[in-house]
Design a protein around this ligand. Structure first.
Ligand SMILES: NC(=O)c1ccc[n+]([C@@H]2O[C@H](COP(=O)([O-])OP(=O)(O)OC[C@H]3O[C@@H](n4cnc5c(N)ncnc54)[C@H](OP(=O)(O)O)[C@@H]3O)[C@@H](O)[C@H]2O)c1
Length: 283
């Protein structure tokens, strides 16, 4: 399969390139430096040059608080650029896979969000990502939207890397005990993204690791245990205490009705994925 990956320098992008390359695909890995997805001419040239079977978009402006104060920048990258990529894919007969977020939901639901739940983003980031989903679907029928959340893996700045960094520096950890999500391991997500590209069944998917989900505090404790740092003290805080520019959903656990209906095997439990990640970073 000929695969074009954008955002190839990011956490998911790296895992994506590694997985597809290992599967024997011909991969064009575009980092932010080599291809700005907001540059429509450059996107068109890259796709016309390669004519991939699929474009997997792992690029996004993921600074949730940064997006909150720069609407224009957030929509340019997370909505308009996504639409342009989808339109270009349609023109060359490629399918388009793009990653969206659990932050399209407002968090007021008890339990897991499925495709039957109406999105209602609280933040500019979430709103721009939802706009990206809708514009891409309107621009190309062969669009696969993958909502995911709480991603951890190598080479990114995320909640988990921050926990381990603070623990290594001997600093006190604070973790939210009353906000819940479904942790997702970047290599598992990459495997499923490629599988969905091969299936070529358009739609909206929710992709996370299995398990009951977790609070940030449970996630942090499991991460510290998996990396042999159980003794690090964690102070519980409430989401209300988090004074950040962008509001976050209190609950953004995801469940996928479509993957179940398609009989796709559930991804491993997030606690096992976390152990795998801890082993990898200690190798
Ligand atoms: N991380 C999470 O917990 C999480 C949760 C839900 C959904 N997601 C979604 O998952 C996807 C992958 O995120 P990630 O965690 O891998 O984030 P990441 O590590 O921040 O990777 C995103 C990549 O996109 C690049 N990028 C930003 N603007 C770009 C542009 N205009 N053109 C080309 N590349 C650009 C970034 O480059 P620079 O760093 O150089 O700007 C970065 O390499 C995103 O769609 C994100 O919204 C992430």
């Amino acid at each position: 399969m000929k695969v074009c990956v954008t955002g190839a320098g990011g956490m998911v992008g790296r895992a994506m390139v590694e997985w597809c390359t290992g599967q024997g695909d011909e991969v064009a890995a575009h980092t932010h430096q080599s291809l700005d997805i907001a540059d429509a001419g450059a996107v068109n040239a890259a796709l016309q040059g390669m004519r991939p079977d699929v474009l997997i978009n792992c690029a996004a402006w993921t600074d949730v608080d940064g997006c909150e104060t720069d609407h224009e920048g957030a929509y340019a990258v997370n909505a308009l650029a996504v639409e342009t990529m989808a339109a270009n894919c349609r023109r060359i007969g490629a399918s388009f896979v793009t990653i969206s977020t659990d932050y399209v939901f407002d968090g007021s639901k008890q339990g897991f969000y499925t495709q039957r739940d109406d999105p209602n983003p609280l933040s500019v980031y979430g709103d721009a990502k939802l706009e990206g989903e809708r514009r891409a679907q309107a621009a190309s029928a062969r669009t696969i939207v993958v909502r995911t959340g709480w991603i951890f893996g190598a080479g990114g700045r995320n909640f988990l890397s921050r926990v381990i960094e603070l623990a290594e520096r001997g600093e006190r950890l604070q973790a939210i005990s009353d906000a819940y999500g479904t942790p997702t391991y970047a290599p598992d997500l990459a495997m499923r993204l490629r599988e969905l590209a091969v299936c070529d069944v358009p739609g909206v998917y929710h992709v996370t690791n299995s398990g009951a989900g977790a609070s940030y505090e449970e996630f942090a404790r499991a991460a510290l245990a998996a990396s042999g740092r159980e003794t690090v003290v964690i102070e519980s805080v409430s989401l209300r205490d988090l004074r950040r520019p962008a509001p976050r959903p209190q609950n953004s656990r995801l469940k996928c009705l479509v993957s179940e209906a398609m009989n796709l095997a559930p991804l491993p439990d997030w606690r096992n994925a976390l152990k795998d990640f801890a082993l990898r970073i200690h190798q």
